[in-house]
Design a protein around this ligand. Structure first.
Ligand SMILES: Cc1cc2nc3c(=O)[nH]c(=O)nc-3n(C[C@H](O)[C@H](O)[C@H](O)COP(=O)(O)OP(=O)(O)OC[C@H]3O[C@@H](n4cnc5c(N)ncnc54)[C@H](O)[C@@H]3O)c2cc1C
Length: 359
């Protein structure tokens, strides 16, 4: 049977697209790994900060807010965000606070929120409530349930190893099967350009950037659950409560190739040192560490829609550090573009998100 849509990739991009496209026709999602969300989508910091990123990304994030807040009972819970900076970082601090619309607070107010901040090194702090935790598992499950309820098939351990053009669209090979489809949706995360090359479509120049993370025991045994996410000026590190512990990231952007990423010990150590400089509790133990790939287009906006030269090949790519927070609107946009429906975005935003801008 020829599918209407085959989606390659079982991360948040592919699963959310499966949910949306299941309302338009038959859907088959192919995921290489044994489990969904094995790569970037299983390794995020799970934050919804709609002002984070360039204008087209911010447009997608704000357009996703209603879904995050209300669909299936909602997936957001309050977190808040704080930037901290040294005395020599005043200019960058003001720029960060303006971009993210944070209000400057005193160091004692900052220490009321996060008691481990070191008053000898933290000279400036700014805070806002407008950042939320995303229950990423629930978001994934909700989209997967919606897709399956509409008849979509989600097949794991199905690595796509060949893609060829046919009269009707595409023939897609996995080690065990060959599937036919009218439209191919490329939601393969770090591997999107590799999938394009496999299909004979010109790649768009994506770069996977590694970002590492350490999970630390709650500093000083404190209850961290209500602490905001804390960022070093210029996103030089960040820390965020996570299930009773604290996750700390060096926030590095290390260009790499698509692979199953792991944390770099030296980068982690340097990042933890930047965090330690600003707090009173030393890092004595690490519970776990990991890394994920944040994959960006050359201009760092998402890439959504049919390829201009091969319209039956549809990109849903370049989610970078925003894949969860933008997923509701990005998946809706890909479905609206495929169905030639109005999208709710202005033409400049649509162009800034289109594959055509990169050709
Ligand atoms: C440390 C870190 C922190 C982050 N924090 C946040 C945050 O706070 N908020 C936020 O919104 N985002 C955040 N992100 C970004 C977010 O995690 C990603 O943007 C998102 O997960 C990307 O989803 P995806 O589905 O495009 O990619 P992935 O989750 O990587 O999924 C792509 C899938 O395609 C599959 N695939 C590849 N090739 C093939 C093939 N040949 N055949 C079949 N399947 C294939 C892969 O196995 C993979 O499962 C963070 C990321 C990292 C690494």
């Amino acid at each position: 049977m020829t599918q209407d849509f085959i989606i390659i990739g079982g991360g948040i991009a592919g699963i959310s697209a499966a949910a949306r496209l299941s309302h338009l026709g038959s859907v088959l999602l192919l995921e290489a790994e044994e489990n969904l969300a094995h790569h970037a989508s299983g390794r995020s910091a799970a934050l919804f900060e709609p002002r984070y990123g360039l204008a087209p990304v911010v447009a997608l994030s704000f357009a996703s807010e209603d879904h995050h807040r209300h669909a299936e009972g909602g997936v957001l819970s309050p977190r808040g965000m704080m930037i901290v900076a040294r005395k020599d970082q005043r200019d960058g601090f003001e720029k960060d606070a303006n971009t993210m619309d944070l209000q400057e607070i005193s160091i004692s107010e900052a220490r009321n929120l996060v008691p481990i901040l070191n008053p000898e090194s933290v000279a400036y702090a700014a805070h806002a409530d407008q950042a939320w935790d995303i229950d990423t598992d629930l978001l994934l499950q909700n989209f997967a349930r919606e897709a399956r309820a509409k008849g979509a098939r989600i097949v794991t351990s199905a690595r796509v190893i060949g893609v060829t053009r046919t009269a009707a669209g595409w023939s897609v090979q996995t080690p065990d099967n060959t599937y036919e489809t009218r439209i191919l949706v490329n939601a393969a995360g770090a591997w999107v350009d590799a999938i394009a090359a496999l299909a004979g479509v010109e790649p768009l120049g994506f770069t996977p950037l590694r970002r590492s993370m350490a999970r630390l025991p709650a500093p000083g045994g404190l209850d961290v659950s209500r602490w905001p996410m804390i960022l070093g000026q210029g996103e030089s590190w960040y820390a965020k409560p996570d299930a009773g512990a604290l996750i700390v990231s060096p926030a590095e952007e290390h260009p790499t190739t698509p692979h199953d990423a792991w944390a770099d010990d030296m980068v982690l150590a340097e990042g933890l040192a930047r965090y330690e400089e600003m707090v009173t509790e030393p890092v004595t133990r690490m519970l776990a560490n990991w890394a994920g790939l944040r994959t960006f287009a050359p201009d760092r906006s998402l890439v959504i829609g049919p390829d201009p030269k091969v319209p039956s090949f549809v990109w849903l790519a370049g989610q970078g550090g925003y894949g969860f927070q933008t997923a509701p609107a990005a998946s809706q946009l890909v479905a609206d573009l495929i169905a030639s429906r109005p999208t709710g975005f202005d033409s400049a935003t649509l162009h800034a998100l289109s594959p055509a801008r990169l050709r």
